[in-house]
Design a protein around this ligand. Structure first.
Ligand SMILES: [Zn+2]
Length: 295
């Protein structure tokens, strides 16, 4: 299938990418990472029918960079938006340097600095168990720190009335607890669990909280049974798609560098799983993203 032509009819939203990747130190170790140029990445995204991308910050610096990219590289065919936030792992340096309260204040200033900002995040809890599940890196102190950092950003999202882009790894019970706590106080809070990895039980809870569920390349991986189940059962009105570029390249590119054009692969994969035409998934996920992010 050639990209030319198709891209003129297709209308996809990549709801989560890190477009600063050609210059980000985080890309080290991904196959094919160095031979890149953001303009080329965006040309390929346009050709694949991607019309909107949210580029997501994970630190204060990256959040500013996300706004810069959104302001400078959008055009008629492809609009780029920014999400600003502090990631539970990547943003640790910011908190150590400036302290929690000052980080929240700075985030709020960054949010107010541009109307390209459509969400808060990515933020959340990441209790990574290590590549073989050996349970590294989530001491009591670390968990406390991550919860405080997330809690402040839930409050910020409710305060500025923007949706939350949430990252969760092995922390479902706690993350729902923190969100629920605040939901009692505000009806404003909306959001998405990005790059979904939980089972159907967790998904039901996320949906009950009014959140959307976003599928990344992980749904195409061989061992993704739980995620596949969720992707079939989740209501069409509540699903989004994303690449999480440059990470999580879908099959058959697993392990390599990812980019927004591949959001089409995720849409096709979901369409096949649900026995629907590609267009139905494209249409639903784009409408959902437009509704949630109000763009
Ligand atoms: Zn991400």
């Amino acid at each position: 299938m050639k990209d030319e032509g198709l891209g003129t009819k297709v209308n996809l939203v990549d709801s989560h990418a890190h477009l600063d990747f050609p210059t980000s130190p985080r890309i080290a170790g991904l196959r094919g990472a160095s031979v890149d140029n953001l303009d080329d990445v965006l040309v390929r995204a346009r050709e694949a029918g991607v019309r909107k991308i949210i580029t997501v910050g994970t630190t204060l610096e990256e959040s500013k960079k996300a706004i810069e990219i959104a302001e400078n590289l959008s055009d008629k065919k492809l609009q780029i938006y920014a999400s600003v936030g502090i990631h539970p792992k990547d943003g640790k340096g910011d908190v150590e340097k400036f302290g929690l309260l000052s980080c929240f204040e700075t985030l709020k200033q960054i949010v107010g600095s541009s109307d390209k900002v459509v969400a808060i995040g990515e933020c959340g809890l990441d209790y990574y168990l290590g590549s073989r599940g050996q349970g590294l890196g989530t001491s009591k102190k670390e968990r406390w720190f991550q919860r405080e950092l997330f809690d402040g950003q839930i409050k910020l999202a409710a305060d500025v009335d923007l949706p939350l882009i949430t990252h969760c790894r092995n922390a479902w019970g706690e993350i729902f607890g923190l969100i629920e706590n605040l939901k009692f106080k505000t009806e404003n809070l909306k959001g998405v669990f990005h790059s979904w990895t939980g089972n159907w039980e967790a998904a039901k809870k996320a949906l009950d909280l009014g959140f959307y569920i976003s599928f990344s390349g992980i749904v195409t991986f061989k061992n993704a049974t739980d995620i596949v189940e969720v992707s079939k059962k989740a209501p069409m009105k509540r699903i989004l798609i994303e690449t999480d570029s440059p990470f999580l390249a879908p099959e058959p590119y697993r392990g390599g560098k990812n980019e927004p054009k591949n959001v089409r692969i995720i849409a096709q994969f979901l369409a096949d799983l649900r026995g629907l035409p590609f267009d139905k998934i494209a249409e639903a996920t784009t409408e959902n993203a437009n509704r949630l992010f109000k763009f």
